[in-house]
Design a protein around this ligand. Structure first.
Ligand code: COA
Length: 573
């Protein structure tokens, strides 16, 4: 039987049953074997209970998304089975809790099923908590997951929790192995053999944003915890003190951005991380950052909204808020990240951009990417260049808001003689004195917008997937983590002989209008898939360019799959 090297395993059960740990252990074992990993997790807002899903995709080749559906489905309980049974198509495999679980599945024709009495075995061993370790042991045997590595990673996790917990886990893992070995293998799926350890790390999007911030020379971080952004602060809190930086947990999001702006005024590279509801609260202070020209970075890890909405679910619905959320004319720079590697590099870059352009920068991540673990090349700190803000040279009269050729006015840290720096939310003269006559507001408004325009060249050109000059039947424009899905869809369409290209802007505002137009001019049709109800990027494309895109939106709390995009392209062609 030929083995399939690009393997997708979906594990599902109830929150608190250890679904996430099981998936994490397998992911770590694959990563240590030099394989690529891309995971997707979705769980309820409750700490315990509710449907919890972990999908991991592994391959020796580069992967860009979590895949379409599973090859192997692991059902911890009846709810998980009920929710996934329609995907049990011929050729797929199910490993399920039975006998002795809370359900009795019907096995469709062509589906291979391995019954593993997870609950019964764990109970017999006196540790129901270790049901997931029974499953892990069975999976290791059935799908060639390196046993020694699994034991190492689970020991690292459980040892700090106490010898008793570790021993139960190991005993249950062994019992699971025996149960797995009792089955005759009857499917083609196996984790690919090790390709040799690589210089990579396995991390989630939120952690990667934290790492990127530290590599990018962060001095100060203030945040209020908000799902799904909290882990950015958690990572920074563990590592920023080592580089001499400071993290504060503020009383709310308004206070956190106010503290960030205060630290920025004091000359420090400063940032916060939040999600949609927090970004909404920050809107007034984003205007302050724009008006006072105080650099700051805000990472927005989007979730389902509005209001408390779907706190743990994926959505890309903050684009309107990020670009235009605020009062008055308050320009800012809006960027986005595609994957975990981007989370590292773009966060570091966004800090430089904020300092250079003396403006608020919003970096958009999302709920899917926040928790997705992926293998990324270990970053070399020497590759990260810290760009300093333009500072006053101490000569002549200091004017904080001086009208310079590049429209960037020199800043001055507090305490420098002669460099009194007025950070004001009022309209002002070049020295920072309030002024309310018509002309300065017009001139300064233009300055605040125009000074950002060079960022289009600095961050460009935006990536075109395919030959920029070639004519295409379909051009797909995607942003955020949807890009990874579109990359695979474009490759599949091309493999079927459909001329497809992708355009993947990471700079969302100011909009690189000429690049959009040039891309679209070579495509018969433009499709814009995004995970929000209104088609927010498609809206901006219609408003700012001459392109008439087909908007394709979903908003069920889940990301697109490559198959969704391929199907849509065929539908509209
Ligand atoms: N023996 C002992 N402990 C075990 C174990 C075992 N066999 N298997 C797992 N655990 C531990 C894990 O180590 C983890 O502990 P940790 O948090 O100290 O690392 C804990 O049990 C939970 O297990 P895990 O596998 O990580 O999660 P799960 O699959 O059971 O799913 C969550 C539960 C994490 C998804 C869910 O409980 C949760 O926290 N949801 C988030 C809710 C949220 O963010 N709400 C905010 C809304 S605003």
């Amino acid at each position: 039987m030929t083995e399939k090297s690009d393997l997708i395993i979906r594990i599902a059960g109830e929150g608190g049953e250890g679904v996430v740990s099981t998936g994490d252990f397998i992911s770590a074992a694959c990563a240590r074997a030099g394989l690529e990993i891309y995971t997707f997790k979705t769980f309820p807002a409750e700490i315990k209970g509710g449907y919890c899903l972990y999908q991991l995709r592994t391959s020796p080749e580069r992967i860009y998304n979590q895949g379409d559906t599973f090859d192997v489905f692991v059902a911890f309980n009846g709810e998980a089975y009920e929710l996934n049974k329609h995907l049990l198509t011929p050729g797929t495999v199910m490993v399920y809790d039975g006998p002795g679980g809370d359900f009795e599945p019907e096995i469709p024709e062509g589906v291979t099923a391995y019954a593993i009495p997870m609950t019964k075995t764990a109970k017999a061993l006196g540790a129901l908590r270790s049901k997931n370790m029974v499953a892990l042991g069975a999976l290791s045997v059935l799908f060639n997951i390196n046993e020694q590595t699994l034991i190492e990673v689970l020991t690292n996790k459980f040892k700090p929790k106490g010898e008793e917990i570790l021993n139960f886990a190991l005993k249950s893992f062994d019992a699971g192995k025996e149960l797995g070995a009792a089955h005759t293998k009857d499917d083609p799926f196996a984790v690919a053999d090790s390709t040799g350890a690589k210089d990579v790390i396995l991390m989630a999007g939120n952690e990667a944003c934290g790492l990127g911030a530290i590599l990018g020379g962060l001095d100060f971080f203030s945040a209020y915890p908000l799902t799904p952004a909290t882990e950015v602060a958690k990572y920074v809190s563990a590592h920023l003190p080592k580089t001499g930086g400071t993290l504060v947990q503020a009383e709310d999001e308004i206070a956190s951005l106010a503290q960030v702006l205060g630290a920025s005024y004091a000359g420090k590279r400063s940032m916060t991380a939040t999600s949609g509801p927090g970004l909404a609260l920050m809107a007034e202070l984003i205007g302050m950052s724009t008006m006072a020209e105080l650099p700051c970075l805000i990472i927005d890890v989007q979730r389902g909204g509005p209001s408390t909405g779907l706190p743990t679910k994926h959505e890309q619905s903050d684009l309107f808020l990020a670009i235009h959320g605020g009062h008055g004319d308050s320009p800012r720079i809006v960027m986005s990240v595609e994957d975990v590697n981007d989370c590292i590099n773009m966060t570091a870059r966004a800090l430089n951009i904020a300092e250079k352009y003396q403006a608020p920068v919003i970096l958009m991540s999302d709920g899917s990417l926040a928790f997705s673990t992926q293998t990324v090349p270990t970053p070399n700190p020497d590759d990260f260049k810290v760009v300093e803000r333009k500072r006053w040279d101490g000569k002549g009269e200091y004017k904080r808001y001086e009208m310079t050729d590049d429209l960037i006015s020199p800043m001055c840290d507090p305490g420098v003689e002669g460099g009194s720096h007025v950070a004001t939310g009022l309209e002002h003269t070049e020295t920072g004195s309030p002024i309310f006559s018509p002309e300065p507001h017009e001139v300064n408004s233009r300055k605040r917008f125009d000074k950002l325009l060079p960022v289009i060249d600095e961050l460009g050109p935006q990536e075109i997937d395919g030959d920029a000059d070639a004519e295409a039947d379909i051009g797909i424009i995607a942003w955020g983590s949807t890009i990874g899905v579109v990359r695979e869809a474009v490759a599949r369409l091309r493999a079927e002989g459909i001329k497809a290209k992708g355009f993947y802007p990471k700079l969302l505002y100011p909009m690189p209008v000429d690049e959009y137009e040039a891309f679209a001019s070579k495509c018969k049709q433009i499709l814009v898939p995004e995970v929000n109800y209104q088609g927010q990027l498609a809206f901006f494309i219609r408003a700012e360019t001459s392109i008439k895109p087909v908007s394709y939106t979903i908003c069920g709390g889940l990301p697109f799959t490559p198959a969704d995009i391929v199907t849509k392209v065929k539908e509209i062609s």
